[in-house]
Design a binder for this molecule. Structure first.
Ligand SMILES: [Mn+2]
Length: 495
């Protein structure tokens, strides 16, 4: 499905940001609706604050391409660093306040256009915009019950409900604290701010807004669903291009180049995670990223790659034979992951938790591995030696998106189903030396030898709709027949 309806009013290209930002009426309305939903979960005594991501150093004076904090992007659409969002539901008109870096022509000569206040409003729909350098003064002002940027003689009741809360000692700061760091780990912006605020505004309360924001992000809006579809369409085309490129004698990085070229030529300016292009034994390393091996005719190639398209990421993995035909041993394992994924899809219905998907697939894998002789028990966790990871995670702004795994599935949720089996060398030797394990090793060792160094994973991205789970990455062949058919067209083209 082609990209729909995104009506570009003005194209605002921001040089300093990783991705161009467009003022888009539909996106603006969606952002406003997201903030309205968030506000419904906050009270009049609350000031919610969210920060943008800090730039990350690649080496010396070179940064990685800038990636906006997902929560800030979700609530503002602003891709520019140095941005802060404040939400004060008790205010009369200025309920949403945005702080952006003041444009600096000297800096713009080096790193490109910086947003003006009007442009920030056009993207986000937030009417009140100040400079980031004013944020400290703003906080000090409202915490002292002084209306910000207003003369003392000016009568206003704009902030009165928050001021009443300050007077009464029940003002609250609501921050997205996120993952709680260990005692020695560095503190991020919300923690630093909370600590500083607690020292200075000693009666202020602290509220963790993480669960509230994550619950919103867990169900994709119609706008997000369209972007996600397009993102997966690009990623799917990229996988097909990679399949057409893979051949004996070529290097893994050539496949990676073919894949990422499709991202960029379609306006997806980044991967959503470093591409995993893993041939032969490398396929048994779950996150192999070096892409440096030369592929051989008998290898399987495992490719786990997806684009970040305008902030939406899917996740796709395919495993296919470099030569064009699966060997009988490769088929044995591949058929199990296909069957496991099928069982997972059947369990991925509204009202179920992802746990039901995991369990359905695990039953298939256990039975399949038992039949091949790779495990000796029909129940229990023995199979986990070859099946080490979970198969369901949320996708969206982050490839491993936020969301509560205990929350039952509902339409609008997007997730992966990705069973994988890896007969990795040395795993048997890592088992603790117990009588049971010795017996297990003895029994399975000859079978393990037959499947040694084969790694297979099949991963698709799904959106739950009223009609059930929709495979957004279905354009990439995944059955043995369909994969081999596509690889035959590659051979024909080369002749
Ligand atoms: Mn995944």
């Amino acid at each position: 499905m082609k990209r729909v309806l995104a009506v570009a009013v003005t194209a605002l290209v921001i040089g300093s940001a990783a991705q161009p930002a467009r003022a888009d009426d539909e996106l603006k309305a969606d952002l406003q609706a997201r903030r309205t939903k968030l506000m419904a979960g906050l009270d009049a005594q609350t000031m919610f604050v969210a920060w943008s991501a800090k730039p990350a150093v690649y080496s010396r004076d070179v940064d990685y391409e800038y990636r906006q904090d997902s929560n800030l992007l979700y609530l503002t659409g602003i891709p520019q660093e140095g941005t802060i969002l404040v939400i004060m539901p008790g205010n009369e008109t200025k309920k949403e306040i945005l702080f952006i870096q003041e444009p600096d022509p000297k800096r713009e000569q080096w790193t490109g256009h910086m947003l003006t206040k009007a442009e920030a409003t056009a993207i986000s729909g937030i009417q009140t915009v100040y400079w980031t350098a004013q944020f400290e003064a703003f906080v000090a002002s409202v915490m002292n019950r002084a209306p910000f940027e207003m003369r003392r003689t000016q009568e206003t009741t704009e902030f009165d409900r928050f001021f009443d809360a300050v007077t009464g000692g029940h003002a609250k700061l609501s921050l997205v604290f996120g993952h709680r760091p260990g005692p020695s780990q560095p503190l991020g912006d919300p923690y630093e701010f909370a600590r500083a605020a607690r020292d200075r505004y000693i009666d202020v309360g602290l509220v963790d807004a993480t669960a509230t924001v994550e619950a919103l992000r867990q169900v994709k809006t119609a706008y997000e669903q369209r972007l996600l579809r397009r993102s997966l369409e690009i990623s799917s085309d990229a996988h097909v291009a990679g399949m057409r490129t893979a051949a004996p004698g070529k290097y893994e990085y050539e496949v990676e180049a073919a894949i990422e070229q499709v991202y960029l030529t379609n306006g997806a300016m980044s991967w959503s995670y470093p591409s995993i292009v893993a041939s032969g034994p490398n396929a048994t390393t779950l996150h192999y990223e070096s892409s440096s091996r030369r592929m051989e005719a008998g290898d399987l190639l495992l490719v786990d790659a997806a684009a970040d398209y305008q902030g939406q990421s899917g996740d796709i993995t395919r495993t296919y034979p470099i030569s064009g035909t699966f060997s009988p041993a490769q088929k044995d394992l591949y058929q199990i992951v296909v069957a496991a994924q099928d069982a997972g899809i059947k369990a991925a219905v509204a009202g179920h938790r992802t746990h039901a998907v995991e369990v359905a697939a695990e039953d298939v894998v256990r039975a399949g591995l038992l039949k091949l002789g790779l495990v000796t028990e029909a129940t229990g966790d023995q199979f986990r030696i070859w099946y080490p990871h979970g198969i369901c995670h949320w996708i969206g702004l982050d490839v491993h998106d936020v969301g509560d795994y205990k929350r039952p599935l509902e339409p609008g949720m997007a997730f992966t189903i990705e069973p994988g089996i890896y007969i990795r060398d040395g795993l048997l030797e890592q088992l603790p030396d117990t009588p049971e394990n010795r017996a297990f090793k003895e029994k399975v060792r000859p079978v393990v030898q037959k499947y040694l160094n084969i790694g297979v994973r099949l991963e698709d991205s799904f959106l739950l709709t009223d009609a059930g789970p929709e495979r957004l990455s279905g354009k990439v062949p995944y059955t043995i027949d369909a994969i081999e058919a596509l690889l035959r067209t590659r051979a024909a083209a080369a002749r």
